[in-house]
Design a binder for this molecule. Structure first.
Ligand code: TRP
Length: 459
C-alpha cells in the first residue's frame, strides 16, 4: 500500500477517506446503532470511528460519558472548525459532558503564538462561537493546557510509555524538530485522558470528535493507554472473553509476583477473588480462573459486555494504585472542500469563510466559488450540474441547509438542470447570510457571559 502519513500540523492532507480508513484501521459508522442521528450522520459527514460503541452504549444506558475536544488558537475560526462542535453538541444532546482544551501550549510550540495571544484568540474567535453554536454552558468546560497542571503532568508521565522512534514514525519528527513540538502530542494525550481522573469526572468513556488529521494523536493515546492498563481483555472465538493480567513494574507486588519472579499464591488468589466478585456482580455465573497463569475466561460474555467489564476492571486498577484509564473513542468528520475547489485552509482566506467575515465578503466569496455547473446554460439545462464539485451545494450540505428534504430537492433540481450554477450560489449565499447573522446575534448575546463556559482554572 502506498505510504500515507497524516501530518496534523499541515492542512495539506489526503482526503482519500477510504484509503485513510483502511491504512489506519478506522471503522465505519453503523447507522443502525445511531439513535436520533443528526445530519452529520444522515449525510455521511461523520464517516468513521474507533470504539464509538462504547459511548453509544453509555448514551443508551444513561450512564455518564464525556466528550473531549480541543482547539489550537492560532488564527480566525472558520467553517471547517464548526464540525467538531456540531459533533460535540450531538453527543451532548445524548447526555455527554463536554471538555474543551484550548491548546495554547501546542500553539506556542508549533506556531510561536504567545500564551497571552493564544488566550485572546481562543476567547474571541473560538469560545464565543462555541457558545453561539449552542453548546450547553452547564455541561461544557473550557480549559487551557497551560493552566491545568494535571494535563501537563499526565503528558510528562505518559511520555515514559513512548519514545522518539515512535513519535518519529507517527509524526515524521526529525533531529531538528524543536522539543516543544515533540512535547505537544504528549500534552494532547494528557488532554484526552485527564477527564477520567477522579477530580475531572472519574472513570467513564471519553469520545474525541475530530477530523482525520488528528487521528495520529488518537492512535498515540490509545496505544499509550493500552500499555498502562493492568488487564488485557480479548475476545475469544466462540468462547467469550479472556481477561489476563498485564504485569508491569508498578503492579508486580499487587499481582503477587515476588522479587525472584515466583508467584505468591495467596496474593494472586486474593486478586482473583476480587475480580471474580466484580464479575459476579455484573451477572456472570460461569467464571473460569487460572490464577497461576493470570488468566480468567468468561464464556458467556459478549463483545458488548466487554465494555462494562473494562470499566469495572479500570475501577479495580485505580483502587489498586494504577491509572485506571480506558482507551478513548473517536469519531471522524469529512472536510468540506475549499471555496476555490481545493482544500480549505486558514492560511488561505480565499479558500474558506471565517465566522466573522462581513456579509459582503461572504457573498462575494461564494459567488466566486468553484462551481459544478456546465460551461453554457444550454448544456447545463440538458445535462445538469455536478453536485460533488459544486462548492455552493457542498456548503449547503455541510453547513447551511439543515433540512434533508429541502436539500434533496435542491440536489434534484440542480442535477436535472432546473437550477443554474449562479442560482445555486445565490441560494447558498442567502442561507449562509442567514446562518452567519444568527450566529453573530448569539455571539453578541453571550459576549458578557463567556465565563459560563470556562472552567474555574480558566478564569
Ligand atoms: N491538536 C488540535 C488542533 O490542532 C487541538 C487539540 C489539543 C485537541 N488537544 C486536543 C483536539 C484534544 C482534540 C482533542 O486543533
Amino acid at each position: 500500500m502506498e505510504d500515507v502519513r497524516i501530518d496534523p500540523w499541515n492542512s495539506d492532507q489526503s482526503t482519500d477517506y477510504g484509503l485513510l480508513a483502511e491504512k489506519f484501521g478506522l471503522d465505519s459508522i453503523d447507522m443502525n446503532k445511531i439513535q436520533n442521528p443528526s445530519i452529520l450522520h444522515s449525510r455521511g459527514l461523520v464517516f468513521a470511528q474507533r470504539d464509538m460503541d462504547v459511548v453509544l452504549q453509555a448514551a443508551r444506558r444513561n450512564t455518564p460519558f464525556g466528550v473531549l475536544t480541543g482547539l489550537m488558537p492560532s488564527g480566525r475560526m472558520h467553517l471547517g472548525h464548526t464540525m467538531v462542535i456540531e459533533q460535540a453538541k450531538w453527543y451532548q444532546s445524548h447526555g455527554a459532558d463536554v471538555s474543551v482544551a484550548v491548546a495554547d501550549l501546542e500553539s506556542l510550540a508549533t506556531r510561536g503564538v504567545s500564551l497571552d495571544k493564544g488566550r485572546k484568540i481562543a476567547l474571541e474567535q473560538y469560545v464565543s462561537n462555541y457558545a453561539a453554536m449552542g453548546l450547553d454552558p452547564d455541561k461544557t468546560q473550557v480549559y487551557f493546557q497551560s493552566t491545568r497542571p494535571e494535563v501537563q503532568r499526565l503528558g510528562f508521565r505518559l511520555g515514559r510509555r513512548t519514545n522518539l522512534s515512535e513519535l518519529g514514525a507517527i509524526y515524521g519528527f526529525e533531529g531538528d524538530t524543536n522539543l516543544a513540538h515533540v512535547q505537544a502530542p504528549l500534552v494532547q494525550v494528557g488532554d484526552i485522558v485527564h477527564p477520567m481522573l477522579n477530580e475531572y469526572g472519574g472513570i467513564r468513556p471519553i469520545v474525541v470528535p475530530v477530523g482525520v488529521d488528528q487521528d495520529p494523536h488518537i492512535r498515540l493515546t490509545r496505544d499509550i493507554v493500552s500499555k498502562t492498563q493492568w488487564f488485557n481483555i480479548k475476545q475469544q472465538k466462540n468462547r467469550g472473553l479472556l481477561i489476563s493480567l498485564s504485569l508491569q513494574p508498578e503492579n508486580l507486588e499487587k499481582f503477587g509476583v515476588s522479587e525472584n519472579g515466583r508467584i505468591d499464591r495467596k496474593a494472586r488468589a486474593a486478586i482473583f477473588t476480587n475480580i471474580e466478585e466484580k464479575m459476579k456482580k455484573q451477572g456472570f455465573a460461569d467464571i473460569r480462573s487460572n490464577p497461576k497463569h493470570g488468566t480468567m475466561t468468561i464464556p458467556a460474555a459478549t463483545r458488548d459486555d466487554a465494555i462494562r467489564i473494562r470499566s469495572e476492571l479500570s475501577k479495580l486498577e485505580r483502587e489498586w494504585g494504577g491509572l485506571g484509564f480506558m482507551a478513548p473513542s473517536s469519531s471522524y468528520h469529512r472536510f468540506a472542500m475549499g471555496l476555490t475547489g481545493g482544500k480549505m485552509s486558514s492560511s488561505k482566506p480565499e479558500t474558506t469563510i471565517f465566522l466573522d467575515d462581513s456579509m459582503e465578503v461572504v457573498r462575494s466569496k461564494i459567488m466566486k466559488a468553484h462551481s459544478g455547473g456546465k460551461a453554457t446554460v444550454e448544456e447545463h439545462r440538458r445535462y445538469g450540474g455536478d453536485l460533488t464539485m459544486d462548492v455552493a451545494y457542498q456548503y449547503l450540505k455541510f453547513f447551511f441547509e439543515s433540512d434533508d428534504v429541502e436539500l434533496g430537492k435542491i440536489a434534484d433540481e440542480y442535477q436535472s438542470g432546473k437550477i443554474l450554477a449562479g442560482e445555486m450560489k445565490n441560494l447558498c449565499a442567502d442561507r449562509a447570510e442567514e446562518w452567519l447573522l444568527g450566529l453573530k446575534e448569539k455571539r453578541e448575546h453571550w459576549s458578557d457571559s463567556l465565563q459560563e463556559f470556562l472552567a474555574e482554572d480558566a478564569i
